[in-house]
Ligand binder design. Structure first.
Ligand SMILES: Nc1ncnc2c1ncn2[C@@H]1O[C@H](COP(=O)(O)OP(=O)(O)OP(=O)(O)O)[C@@H](O)[C@H]1O
Ligand SMILES: [Mg+2]
Ligand SMILES: [Zn+2]
Length: 455
């Protein structure tokens, strides 16, 4: 006997309610509830055939046999590195990003590489087989061991998996796939959650590596983001916007590897190619001899990257001065502005201030503070920072410049790109192992750093 239940689900966070609500009590989103029907079978048996093969035996830890845990490498170095040395067999990987950013493109490259190590089943719910094929031709995919299907019904996908028994499964995308027993439209939280849970069972029971591709909404959320992020082993996001030619892939969650590494790719007609020297790219269009621009070295995982921090100040037109930041933490910039006003006496109260990290990178590290603060000073006073200086360091509330880690690595990268001078935290000079050509200056305060720039 079948019974249908109606629930209202918050499309932002998956919160369930028996009736419609205007505001979600869990995540605070307005007007985010949609009605979704679930049919439950009262008799035993689950709504869809579950591909269970999961052992429910209870074993002692040392009795558990370890399945082959050797990773599959794609030889796409940027990808292998960021995911922790290759993909883990039987893992569930979510690849998210804005529409058109290159999810399907990257996935085809990865499928191509993985098909040498096992059968790939590529399910496209968004494009016809011939569209996928024509992309594959453009990307020069070797058409060997990749099976394609244009399918959105979970049941049929499961049938295809049983028939082909792939080692790798690609679902493009999770939002177009639907569970036939649920009446909610594809892409709703209920659908996304149920289908993802089914793919998790498939991954774990059959030891298939499953890639789920997903769109991100304008606000940067995946439909049903939190529910999905909990289910999958690894979450990879394309971080920047489509207007940049290079694409940054970042791991937000990784059960089997680091989350600090990024993968940098460049989009061109033959697909996504790896960027082996990111600093060169990010400094490529640098505005030399412009006030407000200062180069810094930030660590992205184990890799130092040179970035240009740009600041612009303009007299505010309205009563409230605006602070707009992209690529760095807005709150940190607001603090830096307060420090500049209070400790250096800079009159920034009636200035609109814009700070941008060129190239669309989002830096989480605090070592950008020093360059950002100096860029604001430069923009405000009009002094032009010499083009061969880099600066990095954290800035404290008293205007002091604090030590940061991995100074030698950062300095080597700056030297590689021809920078002659570097301003670094004075505290980092003590144990500095760097012996290269770039001349190193230590600054203990913001004021001292700005003096060095002036010389
Ligand atoms: N012939 C081409 N030459 C250069 N770049 C191209 C060409 N065709 C497509 N592209 C690039 O590929 C991008 C689309 O890539 P892709 O289809 O992999 O994105 P996606 O993230 O899967 O998009 P969607 O969300 O629509 O599925 C385009 O934005 C464009 O930049
Ligand atoms: Mg796509
Ligand atoms: Zn919610």
């Amino acid at each position: 006997m079948k019974k249908t239940k109606t629930k209202f689900l918050c499309q932002q966070c998956g919160y369930e309610s028996a009736q419609w609500l205007g505001k979600c009590p869990s995540c605070g989103a307005w007007n985010s509830f949609t009605e979704e029907k679930f049919s439950t079978q009262i008799k035993s048996g689950s709504p869809v055939r579950q591909l269970t093969g999961f052992s429910s035996e209870v074993l002692k830890l040392n009795e558990v046999s370890v399945k082959d845990f050797s990773r599959f490498q794609t030889k796409i170095r940027e990808f292998d590195n960021m995911i922790g040395g290759g993909v883990v067999p039987g893992s569930l990987i979510l690849l998210g990003g804005a529409p058109g950013i290159g999810k399907s493109t990257l996935m085809l490259h990865i499928s191509d590489a993985l098909s040498e190590q096992g059968t790939v089943l590529y399910i496209s719910g968004e494009e016809s087989l011939s569209q996928v094929k024509s992309r594959a031709e453009r990307l020069k995919v070797k058409k060997g061991n990749i099976f394609l299907a244009s399918e959105t019904n979970l049941q049929n996908i499961i049938d295809a998996i049983n028939k082909i028994e792939p080692k790798f499964l690609v679902i493009d995308s999770i939002q177009t796939t639907y569970h036939p027993e649920l009446t909610g439209a594809p892409g709703t939280v209920g659908q996304v959650r149920e289908t993802a849970a089914e793919f998790l069972r498939i991954a774990k029971s059959k030891n298939i590596t499953v890639f789920l591709l997903g769109h991100v909404t304008k606000e940067g959320d995946l439909a049903g983001p939190r529910v999905l992020e909990h289910i999958v082993d690894t979450v990879l996001y394309f971080e920047n916007e489509r207007q940049h030619t290079y694409r940054i892939l970042r791991a937000y969650k990784n059960r089997f590897g680091p989350t600090s590494e990024i993968g940098i790719f460049e989009m061109n007609s033959s697909g996504l190619s790896e960027v082996s020297n990111p600093s060169l790219i990010f400094l490529g269009e640098r505005a030399i001899n412009a006030a407000g621009n200062i180069v810094t070295v930030a660590m992205e995982g184990t890799r130092p990257i040179l970035l240009e921090v740009q600041a612009l100040t303009a007299r505010t037109v309205f009563g409230m001065p605006r602070r707009m930041v992209s690529g760095y933490d807005t709150n940190r910039i607001i603090i830096l502005i307060a420090v500049l006003e209070k400790r250096l006496g800079l009159p920034l109260g009636m200035q609109d201030i814009f700070v941008n990290i060129a190239g669309g990178v989002k830096v989480k590290e605090t070592s950008v503070d020093l360059a950002a603060a100096c860029a604001i000073v430069s923009a405000n006073s009009g002094f032009i920072c010499p083009k061969d200086i880099v600066a990095f360091g954290e800035v404290g509330l008293a205007g002091e410049v604090r030590s940061v880690a991995l100074c030698a690595e950062r300095l080597s990268e700056a030297q590689k790109l021809g920078f002659k001078k570097a301003i670094i935290p004075k505290g980092s000079l003590k144990n500095l192992s760097y012996k290269g050509k770039t001349e190193v200056f230590g600054a203990d305060t913001l004021e001292a750093a700005i003096k060095i720039f002036g010389n």
